[in-house]
Write a protein that binds this ligand. Sequence first.
Ligand SMILES: C[S@@+](CC[C@H](N)C(=O)[O-])C[C@H]1O[C@@H](n2cnc3c(N)ncnc32)[C@H](O)[C@@H]1O
Length: 294
Amino acid sequence: MIQASHEAVMVNEVLENLVFEQNGKYVDCTFGAGGHSLEILKKINESGTLISIDKDKKATINLSKDFTDDGRFRLVNDSFSNLRSLFEDKEVDGILIDLGISSTQLDDPKRGFSFQSNGPLDMRIDTTKGQTASDWINTATKKEIEDVLWVLGQERASRKIASKICEIREKKPIESTKELSDLIRSCVYTRSKKHPATNSFRAIRMLINNEIEELQKVLEASSHVLCCGGRLAVISFHSMEDRIVKRFFQGKDRNESNVKFQYIKDKFLKPTPKEITINPRSRSAILRVAEKLC
Ligand SMILES: C[S@@+](CC[C@H](N)C(=O)[O-])C[C@H]1O[C@@H](n2cnc3c(N)ncnc32)[C@H](O)[C@@H]1O
């Protein structure tokens, strides 16, 4: 199968709102296929720097010459929740967080993220540690499965799917994306064009990769490492993530930081109809950019 490369989302909006100092220090917390990073490098000058992070080792090998030959660029293979260990407080001018996974990861059947092709039920972004989706599906209680599908996936058939999973795994462990997606399809009645396994797969991926906790931690860390007037841009694809970002910028639900943020212009931005036509995966994106007040 040919793997599609990732098309960076809302690039113009990110550059326009995030990169305000050409000689600034920028961090791309989600390097992926490097689309945003490359554009940031084009916009900053010879004194500017970019440090990009990705916890997927596969995303950080085979870097193109655009990156390896550029002395202003450094790549770190780590979780973005560890941001604070990489920088001094008030050191960074701008931070980008483009949540979720890239098309390159989604379209690779071996990674187990997609219900569109068959592969091992893995779903880990960092494949070197943690439990796979298969480990979890075959050991979690019925109630745990139901709660994850309901809370993270807003899946109305969560109870039915959880019961079916428990029934099937009694006979044989569920190990492939096809087994899981067929099982979900048998439980979900839908008239929409959306694949019946969309919500459940996303929910399980979010759980396996601790995505909500990672987001909360990176927002908190960003508020420390950003300089006064520094900007934080977050692209999310899920209403729950966007709500966390929105409440963080409003100063709500913080564990530790009391830093205040102010939106640059609009409270949020959405992709243009033209971008959605060219890259349909951008349709649910929502970008929020705010600056740190000191
Ligand atoms: C939507 S993609 C980013 C695409 C990128 N902006 C581009 O233009 O190609 C998200 C990336 O973030 C990475 N990622 C997700 N969660 C992460 C985390 N907690 N720490 C570090 N990287 C993470 C994924 O491996 C993936 O490559």
